[in-house]
Design a protein around this ligand. Structure first.
Ligand code: BEZ
Length: 266
């Protein structure tokens, strides 16, 4: 760590303080821009937050997902190499050998074929030691019916958890909350979720959002409330009626000029 100069090394990443002391820089410029009020004296990547004093430091939709190198149950992984050209789900869980986490990891492992079908690489993160991942995986298999089948990061120095804002100091200084990041093939953040430690996430919902994101990426459509794969979708307003007629020869419904629906494109 180097003050007065210039850089604070956080694990494999380099967080750079610009010479005018106005901002930290890594990941996207937009992400750095939101850190402009971080004081040089803080010298930390997390601290108890006073909402009057600091802006939101979290990664936001549209930001570049920061790269990192990690120790995982499948060996050393360079994140950008791992996700290379694919969709990704990066999610944290607070602690090994705990009940909610055990059910979540077992269910996510069960969903692995669904993620693979959607070209999604899954990677979990724990701040616990790599040595405890293996025996815990056995417990997961025994109690949930499926062993871990995706890499689980051992982020013991919390560098990645801090990089992604997975530690919410007013909830816990030491454990991550239950964060989910869906990352597109362009390495941009497409979805962020943060759940408290006591509430297991709904990974079917994560799949549902991925279906919606992938439809939007492929066709110019959005998805309505409670949409499920196969339901009608919404034609976005940047598509004119003339374009919609050409695109959807089978027709579409106009409920209002700004609310047009069509059968889900394949
Ligand atoms: C759990 O997985 O059950 C859990 C983990 C950390 C805090 C609270 C619950």
């Amino acid at each position: 760590m180097l003050y007065g100069g210039v850089s604070l090394s956080i694990g494999p990443e380099l967080l750079r303080m610009e010479p005018d002391w106005k901002c930290w820089r890594f990941g996207s410029d937009a992400f750095a821009h939101r850190h402009t009020n971080l004081s040089q004296t803080t010298g930390k990547t997390t601290k108890k937050k006073n909402f009057l004093e600091e802006p939101d430091m979290s990664l936001q939709i549209g930001d570049s997902a920061p790269d990192f190198t990690a120790n995982t149950t499948e060996g050393k992984i360079h994140f950008y190499d791992y996700i290379d050209g694919h969709w990704a789900v990066l999610f944290s869980h607070p602690k090994n050998f705990t009940p909610v986490c055990t059910t979540e990891l077992g269910y996510t492992a069960k969903l692995q074929p669904e993620f693979a079908k959607r070209d999604v690489k899954v990677i979990g993160l724990s701040v616990d030691q790599i040595e405890s991942h293996e025996p815990w995986s056995k417990d997961i298999e025994e109690t949930q019916g499926t062993a871990l089948n995706f890499p689980l990061i051992a982020d013991t120095d919390k560098s990645i958890a801090n990089l992604y804002g997975m530690i919410h100091p007013n909830a816990s200084d030491t454990l991550t909350v239950r964060s989910v990041f869906v990352i597109g093939p362009d390495k941009k953040v497409k979805l962020t979720l943060n759940y408290p430690a006591s509430t297991g996430r709904n990974f079917d919902e994560v799949l549902r959002v991925i279906d919606s994101l992938q439809l939007t990426a492929k066709h110019q459509v959005a998805t309505p409330v409670n949409w499920k794969n196969g339901d009608d979708v919404i034609i976005v307003n940047s598509v004119t009626d003339e374009q919609a007629k050409a695109k959807y020869p089978g027709g579409f419904k106009t409920l209002k000029p700004y609310l047009r629906t069509v059968a889900q494109p394949q």
